[in-house]
Write a protein that binds this ligand. Structure first.
Ligand code: FAD
Ligand code: FES
Length: 252
């Protein structure tokens, strides 16, 4: 498969917290083919390796990316100004398999929350969304989920906003009615959710984050251990075979 790099106009830029940025990129062609759970590889000026960022939302010809400044690359990205061009390769990876007639619970943790928005929006009031953050100051995108009509539950680790505790607490209260769980966030959170889903027999899809280089399946940089049908461990590419996997496939 050939991957095209395309220029996008940065039409809007906001800061959601001191370290989290919200970008809207304009590109009709890419927006029209991007699905929930997919990601883009963003060219960072002055850097050879692109940075993978999940698609937070698609609105008309706009692709929304919400990212946290973690290192040099995302810091450079955060300084790009509205009206400038950002080059991306998109859409990449296999996103969530969504069935809007199934009762689905979307669980996001921290910077794993943005990719859940575009997915949950497809379900509107039929989506139960559980978003967990460190504290009140880290809470993002609540209005967006509410505007989409989703039933939103927020947890914080320190109890400064919403339910005091981890996302698994409210999940335990709704899991018996769930027909599908979709989750993105830190690995310990995903591992616990996968365990709960397995115990209850609820299908669960998890979006994994792995350090990436090429982002298109060419460098083996993003290998993840997966169980094949015979219980053997094989390695797959998070960038090409994922980032979304069925949770029971993952060798946690
Ligand atoms: C599929 C996928 C989707 C992602 N979606 C988002 C998102 O929506 N919002 C967000 O804030 N972050 C997201 N990330 C994490 C984001 O890619 C990293 O935070 C970012 O690459 C860090 O780059 P840096 O130059 O600032 O940091 P550095 O640590 O300086 O990066 C050095 C190198 O390591 C790579 N790298 C470092 N951390 C990660 C990481 N966690 N994942 C992948 N590569 C990494 C960088 O791409 C770069 O090549 C996603 C990662 C993946 C794999
Ligand atoms: S990042 Fe190169 S194979 Fe996945």
């Amino acid at each position: 498969m050939k991957y095209d790099a395309q220029d996008c106009l940065l039409v809007s830029k906001n800061r959601l917290t001191p370290t989290i940025y919200d970008f809207y990129l304009q590109n009709q062609t890419l927006a029209s083919i991007t699905r929930p759970g997919q990601f883009v590889q963003v060219l960072v000026p002055g850097k050879t390796l692109r940075r993978p960022i999940s698609v937070c939302q698609v609105e008309g010809d706009l692709i929304r990316l919400v990212f946290e400044v973690r290192g040099e690359g995302t810091e450079i990205l955060s300084r790009i100004k509205t009206g400038e061009i950002i080059n991306i390769i998109a859409p990449l990876g296999r996103g969530f398999s969504l069935e809007p007639d199934k009762k689905t619970v979307f669980v996001g943790g921290g910077i794993g929350v943005p990719p859940m928005l575009y997915s949950a929006m497809q379900f509107g009031p039929n989506a139960i969304v559980i978003n967990g953050f460190r504290n009140k100051d880290a809470v993002i995108l609540s209005e967006d989920f509410e505007r989409a009509g989703c039933r939103l539950i927020v947890t914080t680790d320190d109890g400064s906003f919403g339910i005091h505790g981890f996302v698994t607490q409210p999940l335990a209260e709704v899991i018996d009615d769930a027909e599908m769980i979709c989750a993105c966030g830190p690995t310990p959170m995903l591992r616990n959710i996968a365990k709960m889903a397995e115990e209850k027999g609820v299908p669960c899809q998890v979006s994994l984050e792995q350090r990436m280089a090429c982002g298109v399946g060419a460098c083996l940089g993003c290998a993840v251990a997966i169980k094949d049908g015979n219980g053997r461990i094989i390695y797959k590419h998070v960038c090409k075979d994922g980032p979304v996997f069925n949770s029971e496939e993952v060798a946690w």
